[in-house]
Design a protein around this ligand. Structure first.
Ligand SMILES: [Zn+2]
Length: 117
């Protein structure tokens, strides 16, 4: 599932959440967020940082796995999950898929719908 990053259009008006960049996991069909869910300030969508870096060469896969581990060690679970999920799709690696689901769970997301094949 794609992760989107948002930030208040006018950070001076925002709350502690949207003054800085915050992440939301949304389905492709979901409408983009117009306002901060915490305070209602208008927010803009930022370009996701970690999409578009997935490649399928063995070196790239190794690099991606290192990146996932880095994210996990930094506690950036949603980023780790996103990387692992995308890599798992590309490489058909079921171990990585399980790891993605685990990372989504650690990020605090409801993953019950993701576990069924
Ligand atoms: Zn806010």
């Amino acid at each position: 599932m794609p992760i989107y990053e948002y930030q208040a259009i006018n950070p001076d008006k925002g709350c502690s959440r949207c003054r800085k960049v915050f992440e939301i996991i949304q389905g492709i069909e979901e409408r983009p967020l117009g306002r901060c869910p915490a305070c209602g300030t208008e927010v803009k969508k930022l370009i996701s940082r970690c999409l578009g870096v997935i490649m399928e060469t063995p070196e790239a896969i190794k690099q991606n796995e290192r990146k996932i581990r880095d994210y996990e060690q930094a506690g950036m679970w949603s980023h780790a999950a996103e990387m692992a999920d995308t890599c798992a799709e590309k490489t058909k690696d079921t171990g990585l898929k399980v790891r993605a689901i685990e990372d989504y769970r650690k990020a605090g997301h409801d993953v019950d719908g993701l576990t069924g094949e």
